[in-house]
Write a protein that binds this ligand. Structure first.
Ligand code: LUZ
Ligand code: MOS
Length: 752
């Protein structure tokens, strides 16, 4: 099956926010952003802007009828700045004009005077100053203090991982229409329609039923639109509500990069102890998360960091502490992996330190400590249906890991200016929102009298193919052609109180909700069929390929005639489905529980070649064994694995987000912020899906796919580092990402 959106994308026919037909009287919005990272607003004069040609109005926090507060988890973020600004890029005022240029021009005429205050950009500095989003949290297993004595090697170190720009193709934006009786309808490029609805209602002082949010599709999101699509939607809604006019607010690329949050930079300290066989006996880690100026999702992201402290390994004694540190940078936010990649990067760095000290290969320690069935995570959950070892074993067999390392060593012995490096990267990622409450989903299914089907769920299509998977699910339940199933836009009036499409759970949970609704209708149809066929037992009716069977025998009824008969017999052909992930819970007092429905496993091996004169590197090959359960669609899942991998490689190698000490972003365009392009892509990517891998905890035995593959990219960092060490041994390199060619060159020639 091909993704039904693909032909639209290729022809340019897919409608994104900026492609929606423009309503009569549309006003364009342009925001004024704080140029200063921290300061007190001394003067805000909008008169010149108001008199600028084409301008209808200029709005500030004083125009907000409800609460000037958009914080989701912690209420610490105003929509529009009041007395103070906390980061460069914070919205201060909104200009509405008859065209985009007039709005942008007028925004520049707003007079804003800010008295600067001290700026903190470093999380350790914020921590030392006591500037925290929430109290630090600690996850413990066993007793690390008692374990160090039993270790033959104890290594410690510091790891710094950088930020990452989402660079979704479609920038942030929203279109808001005033509706009858003082409501608003918002078209938003958001992963979280209900989140937008809730916050816009709060800002406008309206009940949620007066705010409707509709989402057709997003041009990418990667977590960047989980929380941070909300301000733009709320601002557009504010203007539409105040001015009784349709309003469109879209950020241009430079604005988007500058003012929106990105992946959290982390700085971490670790200590690891192993025995003579390479068994990890103890691991301690302290994570300093750079949260930026407001909480946003930082505490949830830190929680996922703690959950993924030990990645795919069992370690009997663990102590992991995380602190979310408030700085004066734009609030960092969700990004594919949601804090887990940062934790796994530290774990892998620690393994390398221990391996070097013990005089063994990192692969030996990795293999020795892989999770096995029933092992306990530091958060108390026992691993079930564990596939850490089967993925590793399948990879070892299929890709001959030992051979890869041997060939690299051989190459390095024979070449002096080019070096090869290789690294293994096992991944174990927990599936479910770490906040148990969020693990629920709804669906609304209509079968129309002609046999066509409309399915609405809370899932947002952002290019990841969730609509395909839901279409596939409905088609399989009804046993009809997929073309009969239309996936509707995501709309808060059809499916309410939805969780964001995030945490890789979009298809798992919304697919299940759709499945439940479809099964409901199917049962009614079977009952009708039994009546029509004068057969006593509806359980003996089946539908296969649009044909109705009774006790396995073909009947005169088809899908279409059955639906028509059911309609004539006054049968309800609509159903609402609801799904709440079973079994999960988490006790935040004890920091123990069963937060995840299940885990996704896999192993990657990455091979690179380094040019030791220039510091540039090529990724030769990445070979992956991935556990996708019974994939709903191998093409889509393969695309997710390849895309996640490349995004992960980009995070740790070339993508560098740089701020000045004053908290101003330097890398604010594609000319200064480099992300992987087609030429940087590994020359070969081999994805092997683990065979015979079902999964009882997601729709039709599948597994979540979105985030786990991102972390295979971590292998590239350590493969490059291996190549560096082959050229320049005996030097202790700081583990800092991204490992840009510039940084590699510094490692190759430390003397300068
Ligand atoms: N979003 C969220 C997420 O709100 N909670 C999560 O646990 C999560 N995990 C991954 C990605 N987004
Ligand atoms: Mo996400 S990082 O699943 O919005």
């Amino acid at each position: 099956m091909k993704n039904f959106d693909t032909p639209l994308h290729v022809r340019g026919q897919a409608l994104f926010l900026d492609d929606l037909p423009v309503p009569e009287g549309l006003l364009y919005a342009s925001a004024l952003f704080s140029p200063t990272a921290h300061g007190r607003i001394k003067r805000l004069d909008t008169r010149a802007a108001e008199e600028s040609p084409g301008v209808t109005a200029v709005l500030t926090f004083r125009d907000i009828p409800g609460e000037n507060e958009i914080g989701g988890i912690i209420r610490d973020e105003p929509l529009l700045a009041e007395e103070k600004v906390h980061f460069a890029g914070q919205p201060v005022a909104l200009v509405l004009a008859s065209d985009k240029t007039a709005a942008a021009r007028a925004a520049k005429k707003i007079e804003l005077e800010i008295e600067p205050l001290p700026v903190i950009t470093d999380p350790r500095q914020a921590y030392a100053a006591g500037s925290l989003i929430a109290p630090p949290r600690t996850f413990c297993l066993g007793d690390t203090a008692a374990a160090w004595d039993k270790c033959v090697v104890v290594a410690s170190g510091r790891v710094d991982s950088g930020s990452q720009e989402h660079f979704y193709m479609e920038p942030q934006g929203a279109l808001a229409l005033p509706t009858e009786r003082g409501g608003v309808k918002i078209f938003s490029s958001t992963q979280s329609p209900s989140g937008v609805q809730r916050i816009a209602a709060r800002v406008l002082g309206l009940p949620m039923n007066k705010v409707e949010v509709d989402v057709a599709r997003l041009g990418g999101a990667f977590g960047g639109k989980e929380d941070q699509a909300t301000p733009w939607a709320a601002l557009a809604a504010l203007a539409a509500y105040k001015l009784h006019k349709p309003v469109k607010l879209t950020l241009n690329r430079r604005e988007d990069i500058t003012v929106t949050g990105k992946r959290h930079p982390y700085s971490s300290d670790f200590k690891i102890g192993v025995d003579e066989e390479g068994k990890i006996l103890a691991y301690e880690v302290m994570f300093y998360q750079n949260a930026g100026a407001a909480a946003d999702l930082s505490s949830a992201i830190l929680e996922r960091t703690l959950f993924h402290t030990t990645n795919s390994y069992f370690i009997p004694n663990v102590k992991a502490t995380g602190a979310s540190c408030r700085t004066n940078l734009p609030p960092f936010t969700a990004f594919r992996g949601f804090g887990a990649p940062q934790a796994m990067f530290v774990m892998e760095a620690a393994i390398r330190e221990a391996a070097a000290k013990l005089g063994v290969s990192p692969a030996l320690i990795q293999k020795k400590n892989l999770l096995a069935e029933g092992d306990t995570f530091p958060y108390g959950m026992q691993v079930e249906h564990c596939r850490a070892r089967s993925c590793f074993a399948a990879g070892k067999q299929k890709y001959a890991f030992d051979e890869i390392f041997r060939r690299a060593a051989e190459f390095n012995a024979a070449n002096s200016t080019r070096k090869k490096g290789a690294a293994l990267m096992p991944v174990c990622f927990g599936i479910s929102f770490t906040n148990t409450m969020m693990n629920q989903a709804g669906a609304l299914v209509h079968v129309y009298s002609d046999g066509s089907v409309g399915v609405s769920t809370g899932a947002v299509e952002m290019g990841q193919g969730v609509n395909m998977k839901i279409q596939q699910t409905a088609a399989r339940i009804f046993s009809v052609a997929p073309e009969r199933i239309k996936i509707e836009t995501t709309n808060t009036t059809r499916v309410a109180n939805t969780s964001p499409t995030a945490a890789s759970t979009g298809a798992d949970m919304n697919g299940r909700a759709a499945e439940i609704a479809c099964l409901d209708i199917l049962a009614r149809l079977k009952k009708t069929a039994a009546e029509q066929l004068q057969h006593p037992d509806a359980d003996e009716i089946t539908i296969a390929d649009e044909q109705v069977f009774c006790r396995g025998e073909k009947t005169t009824l088809t899908w279409e005639t059955l639906v028509l008969k059911a309609f004539a017999a006054r049968t309800d052909l609509s159903a609402h489905g609801y799904y709440a992930t079973p079994r999960i819970y988490f006790d935040r007092e004890k920091e123990k529980g069963q937060p995840f429905a299940y885990h996704v496993f896999g192993t990657a091996v990455t091979e690179v070649t380094l040019d030791c004169i220039r510091g540039v590197y090529e990724i030769d090959r990445v070979s992956i064994v991935h556990d996708a359960g019974k994939s709903l669609d191998f093409l889509i899942d393969r695309g997710q694995v390849e895309g996640g991998l490349l995004q992960g490689i980009g995070w740790l190698t070339m993508e560098e987000v740089l701020y000045t000490e004053e908290g101003r972003l330097l890398t604010n365009s594609a000319s200064t912020y480099k992300f992987p392009d087609i030429k940087f892509t590994p020359k070969e990517v081999d994805v092997h899906f683990l065979e015979d891998a079902g999964n009882p905890y997601a729709v039709l035995s599948s597994k979540a796919i979105g985030e786990p593959p991102f972390m295979y990219g971590i292998g590239a960092y350590f493969a490059i580092l291996e190549a560096v060490k082959a050229f320049r041994s005996g030097v202790d390199f700081p583990i800092v990402s991204p490992l840009t060619p510039e940084r590699v060159l510094g490692y190759l020639y430390p003397e300068g």
